[in-house]
Design a protein around this ligand. Sequence first.
Ligand SMILES: CC(=O)SCCNC(=O)CCNC(=O)[C@H](O)C(C)(C)COP(=O)(O)OP(=O)(O)OC[C@H]1O[C@@H](n2cnc3c(N)ncnc32)[C@H](O)[C@@H]1OP(=O)(O)O
Ligand SMILES: O=C([O-])CC(=O)C(=O)O
Length: 378
Amino acid sequence: MTETTVYKGLAGVVADYTAVSKVNPETNSLLYQGYPVQQLAAELNFEAVALLLWNGDLPSEDELKEFVEFERSHRTLEPNVRQAIDLLPTDCHPMDVGRTAVSVMGANDPDSEKSDRATELVKAKKLFAAFPAVVAYDQRRRRGQDVVEPRDDLDYSQNFLWMTFGEEAPEEVVDAFRVSMVLYAEHSFNASTFTARVVTSTLADLHSAVTAAIGALKGSLHGGANEAVMHTFEEIGIRKEETREEAAARSKAWMENALAEKRKVMGFGHRVYKHGDSRVPTMKEALDAMVEHYGRGELMGLYDGLEAAMDEAKGIKPNLDYPAGPTYHLMGFDTEMFTPLFIASRITGWTAHIMEQRANNALIRPLSEYNGPDERHL
Ligand SMILES: CC(=O)SCCNC(=O)CCNC(=O)[C@H](O)C(C)(C)COP(=O)(O)OP(=O)(O)OC[C@H]1O[C@@H](n2cnc3c(N)ncnc32)[C@H](O)[C@@H]1OP(=O)(O)O
Ligand SMILES: O=C([O-])CC(=O)C(=O)O
């Protein structure tokens, strides 16, 4: 009998072609439609990056202007989306809120069952425009604060922070937020994107695919890691009065202990990158800017200590969630809101993949190797 090869976790399996992005662990690079993500993060606003991911090319000035107008006029939540959120407990996980909101938006969409590219692009743009309001609304209701309506004189990132915190964010903060959105937008066949493609492959609608992708993103081995990073910092203890060196010594000791106990420490490691995540240096720069802005050097002590101890013990490097977690913390988001921020960004990549899958579809249905009991009878 020939032995079947089982690719546990589909590790190393190439499941399809994609033109949306290229993750290259050899050169430690990430290209969105051919463009290095670092260049995009340095030069472009998130609105332009979204158009690049969807359309395959950078937008012209007119295309960008038209989309910016569309985005600014679709930022408000439909009444029954707000009502659905209001029905959910304030102590449920915010990812449950995001998942429910997208599901209601799908049910509201009169074109829900239409899947031609032009209609799906409009659905993607509407989700992109409205999802920040879900995060902002949920963050504020958890704090017992009134809703802050969007402002159409602000760009995507400025308005996101405005709706969440009710004040205009300083330029440095807006910029760090924009960079995080660009970096989180797309990463080939990660678990949530693959989930979206599996759902699309059955010919189900775009909102079903995005709702399922949100479910896949929630777990701490994937998007949930940015929240988990902050829980690690909280477990070690954030002490504002500490020096960076003192904090680093404490977190190093914590990591040595965690690894001795064979704990998995979220924010480290990656299925594809084995020598460091291509996005980390750019996100770390944004984090450094926030640390300087808020004068919170001791937080970087915790950061440095964990990173050094993990590297020394296992040679495992941080992934994007590691610098993103403390960045969102410094901006003032509650820890549980971090992964919904990832949704807001990844809606772009997911929907680009949904349209790509739709354009050249084959039902995704792998095989399994049976290892249950031999045939038996009642
Ligand atoms: C944006 C993103 O979604 S990036 C990913 C975010 N996820 C996390 O940060 C979760 C923590 N990291 C992990 O669990 C893993 O590194 C994964 C799931 C991301 C990728 O892992 P895989 O390719 O499946 O490798 P796997 O989990 O088998 O790890 C290989 C080895 O490295 C170890 N390892 C990997 N990551 C970690 C970690 N974060 N902490 C401790 N050990 C780790 C494993 O224990 C394993 O060791 P062993 O061979 O001695 O058993
Ligand atoms: O690619 C992955 O497996 C996870 C990841 O980094 C992402 O989705 O951004």
